[in-house]
Design a protein around this ligand. Structure first.
Ligand SMILES: Nc1ncnc2c1ncn2[C@@H]1O[C@H](COP(=O)(O)OP(=O)(O)OP(=O)(O)O)[C@@H](O)[C@H]1O
Ligand SMILES: [Mg+2]
Length: 304
């Protein structure tokens, strides 16, 4: 059984397809990254899979349970860190944790034990008696994750969990995701952060304008774009390199060339620079980042 199975799922708002016949599956025990620009349909997908809204068409199963006919059962096996924090601001962190525990029918003592462990782990135990409205964004987000983990869920959905957080809070959250990976839990993580997704996701699904562009491992995605390596060069003058037979792309002050034969590209660049009396300020060969892949696959159109 797959952890998540989605077939032809769609959702429109005011006649506009936010999610357009998306199909994919997430294996059990995998960290699945769901990557896409603003408005791509990530949150809408998460909200459908977690039973907040219903799809217009198509179907999806979470741990074998139908998200429409079995919504309650689906909710029982998952934890969610939603895009916008959903704690009660006028209640204390502790009360919020207890509310979630009772929602999941966790016995009181056990709920208290779990809440204590989690709040300590995320560095908010000392502030457990403060109202959530006094929390910083980072603390609030760490509380969200604590709340999502109280029920020890089979699947954890994290909708852009580190966006807007400082380095320290983001690191605590990423660290925990890696632990969940070791515990063989399934994690569905949406993000704009390529580095984050490339760092620990087993597979990445890329969505754009509601459509799934591709699903693959970060390594495969990197090698799939027009050659497995990128040669980056910086010359002392801005020059037109378009006459070279490979097609250099301008990236800031640098030129980047994707190639499987970096030595040939380097030879041409050196020849070109010598011929034109240019100085090479830097030259290096790198494997393309996930960001390159992303831009290549969705054609660089980042606006909705
Ligand atoms: N409740 C809603 N009512 C109307 N339109 C909506 C609603 N929710 C989402 N949309 C629209 O659906 C599209 C997809 O939005 P969604 O929030 O799923 O994108 P996203 O990938 O999560 O973006 P972001 O990266 O900015 O969080 C957008 O065009 C958005 O404006
Ligand atoms: Mg979103």
């Amino acid at each position: 059984m797959e952890a998540i199975e989605v077939k032809g799922m769609s959702k429109s708002f005011n006649g506009i397809k936010a999610v357009d016949s998306v199909s994919f599956s997430v294996h059990r025990g995998e960290i699945f990254g769901f990557l896409g620009p603003n408005g791509a349909g990530k949150t809408t997908t998460v909200r459908m899979l977690t039973g907040v809204i219903k799809p217009d068409s198509g179907e999806a199963r979470v741990m074998g349970r139908d998200i429409v006919s079995d919504t309650q059962k689906v909710k029982e096996v998952l934890g969610v860190v939603p895009e916008t924090a959903n704690a009660y601001l006028d209640l204390t962190a502790w009360r919020n944790m207890m509310l979630i525990a009772s929602l999941y029918n966790i016995p009181r003592r056990e709920g208290e034990r779990r809440a204590t462990t989690l709040l300590k782990e995320f560095g908010i135990y000392e502030r457990r008696s403060s109202k959530v409205k006094s929390f910083s964004k980072g603390m609030e987000q760490r509380l969200m994750l604590s709340m999502a983990l109280v029920s020890d869920p089979e699947i954890l959905f994290l909708d852009d969990p580190t966006s807007g957080l400082d380095v320290q809070s983001a690191r605590v959250i990423r660290q925990r995701i890696k632990e969940l990976q070791k515990e063989k839990k399934t994690v569905f993580l949406t993000s704009h952060n390529m580095q984050e997704v490339g760092e620990f996701c087993d597979r990445v699904g890329i969505i754009n304008h509601g459509k799934m562009v591709t699903v693959d491992s970060p390594e495969h995605l990197r090698t799939r774009i027009g050659g497995s390596l990128a040669v980056e060069v910086k010359l002392d003058k801005a020059v037109d390199m378009s006459m070279l037979d490979f097609h250099p792309e301008r990236v800031g002050d640098n030129y980047r060339i994707y190639t499987t034969e970096p030595h040939e590209v380097i030879r041409s660049i050196v020849g070109f620079a010598t011929l034109n009396g240019l100085k090479i300020l830097s030259l290096n060969v790198q494997s393309p980042s996930l960001e390159d892949v992303f831009v290549k696959l969705i054609g660089g159109s980042n606006e909705q």
